[in-house]
Ligand binder design. Structure first.
Ligand code: FAD
Length: 470
């Protein structure tokens, strides 16, 4: 069986870029935080035409094509799991196009480029693709999961920073969507359907990115708030001040998450670690000689000192971001991490923490809450540490309980990591059936033969769609 598609795929991509299941290098099968998957084979096309030919090959051989970029996604959507039917398509050789337009401040770029490479090459022009995170994803993967990141508050998510894309759809047709124009209201923005589609609607081969000026300076503070009740008043104070337009990150970190970030080292504050801390960052295109961001940030915090702010460390930006980015790894050293990537209206943030923590204490006593996240944009990594050696919890009941509280407070079960097998059940449980039905209809238009990916946005039968039409 396998040899049929293997020879045909080798004819498309070249013999060196196609391997069958047992020969696949582990990194393509091992996702960032989950158990390894398996696939019938791996293909590594170098052009959009090769991708289109591979789609037609999959139709012919009844294979499912699973696109994969840098494999840093956190919902297992880029990991194949069927050794007979899943053909893994790595985009790591999709690197044909890198067209920088300095006047429009756009970059047309192939999906296989990594974010770090793009930004290294743009730095000499004083520009960047400003969606920023501690992983190094591919451009295609960022579009497929609509990545948010730590500076979303200032620059928006991928959706807000993509002006067009080229994709191969489910019959092998190549579609160019959006013209890369800043203004373009000449029809439906279909490219927005592919952004955030977790590889289920088509394979993104190219994107046109909107670029932002690279800041010449950043000022960062790690702030110990006086109490949990001070967090959002301080947020309002900063965002209501004349500094608002300079704020590029506003992250929240609970004490257990701080402990994990410090990893046994000294408290960054004079006293012990506080119950809750904030990471506040300002950024500007003006150099420090013209605008002293550190002084402005310090002045702003001093106004709240003794009321909302108990202590603050300003200026050591690498050390502070280093602490923030070490949290996930530090937590994994303490036990098994059960993560919830949720978002909430800001007004219910603290209520959610209190209600969810109380429910967990009564229903799952071993779970230790160690939350942190992009609080400024309403995102929360509500992470639980489950001690090594404890019998695993009933994962379904745990998820249902936490998401029920999220839903009751008007929140989302997936803030920025997207939808994939890891949260597929939650998608079915917590997404409006009418939305699922319409999404399924869209999926069938883009991918009528159900050839793409591991994620599903709509029921496989038409019953709900038909009832919606009536
Ligand atoms: C340490 C760490 C920190 C992170 N921080 C953040 C964060 O702050 N914010 C955030 O939003 N995410 C974060 N992530 C998650 C992850 O980095 C993003 O989801 C990223 O966009 C995934 O890109 P990737 O290239 O690794 O995609 P992959 O993991 O390879 O794939 C992800 C999805 O995209 C699909 N896909 C990949 N390429 C294509 C393509 N060309 N066409 C169609 N579909 C495609 C795959 O099928 C899959 O569904 C973090 C991950 C790690 C490990």
């Amino acid at each position: 069986m396998a040899s049929h598609w293997l020879a045909a795929a080798q004819a498309i991509c070249g013999a060196d870029y196609v391997v069958d299941g047992p020969a696949i290098e582990p990194r393509y099968l091992e996702p960032a935080r989950y158990a390894p998957g398996c696939a019938a084979g791996l293909v590594r096309p170098a052009t959009g035409e090769q991708v289109a030919a591979l789609v037609r090959l999959c139709i012919e051989h009844a294979l499912v094509l699973v696109p994969q970029g840098a494999h840093t996604g956190l919902v297992r959507a880029g990991t194949p799991t069927d050794g007979e039917r899943h053909l893994l398509l790595s985009t790591d050789r999709l690197r044909e196009v890198f067209e920088f337009d300095p006047l429009d401040r756009t970059l047309r770029v192939s999906a296989g480029y990594r974010l770090s490479e793009v930004n290294e090459r743009l730095a000499e022009h004083g520009l960047s693709f400003a969606v920023d995170l501690s992983a190094d994803p591919s451009i295609g993967g960022m579009l497929a999961h609509n990545t948010g990141g730590t500076r979303m508050l200032r620059h928006g998510d991928v959706r807000a920073n993509v002006l067009g894309l080229t994709a191969v759809l489910g019959e092998g047709q190549v579609l160019r969507l959006g013209r890369g124009l800043q203004k373009d209201n000449a029809g439906l923005a279909l490219q927005q359907l592919l952004i955030g589609s977790s590889g289920a609607l088509g394979i993104v081969c190219e994107a046109v990115l909107r670029l932002q000026p690279l800041p010449r300076q950043r000022a960062v503070a790690l702030v110990a708030v006086s109490s949990l009740d001070a967090v959002f008043p301080l947020y309002q104070q900063v965002m209501g001040s004349e500094l608002a337009g300079l704020v590029s990150a506003f992250e929240g970190i609970s004490r257990p998450a701080l402990e994990a970030g410090v990893r046994g080292g000294r408290s960054p504050f004079e006293g012990p670690l506080p119950e809750y801390a904030l990471l506040i960052e300002l950024a500007s295109e003006l150099p420090a000689a013209r605008l002293n961001l550190n002084a402005l940030l310090l002045e702003q915090l001093e106004q709240a000192f003794g009321t909302l702010v108990a202590d603050a460390v300003v200026g050591a930006d690498e050390a502070i971001w280093g602490l923030r980015h070490s949290i996930s790894e530090g937590l994994r050293e303490q036990g098994r991490v059960i993560g919830f990537d949720i978002s909430l209206p800001r007004r219910y943030f603290m209520r959610f923490r209190a209600e969810a923590s109380a429910w967990l204490a009564s229903e799952f006593p071993p779970a230790r809450v160690a939350d942190f996240g992009h609080l400024g944009d309403g995102g929360l990594h509500f992470n639980l540490v489950w001690p090594h050696g404890e019998a695993p919890p009933d994962a379904q009941r745990l998820r249902d309980g936490v998401y029920a509280i999220v839903a009751a407070l008007g929140g989302s079960f997936s803030a920025e990591h997207g939808v994939g097998p890891q949260v597929q059940d939650s998608y079915w449980a917590w997404t409006d059936p009418a939305v699922q039905a319409l999404s399924g209809a869209v999926e069938r238009v883009f991918d009528p033969r159900d050839i793409f990916g591991t994620t599903c946005f709509g029921p496989k039968n038409n019953a709900i769609v038909l009832s919606l039409r009536r």
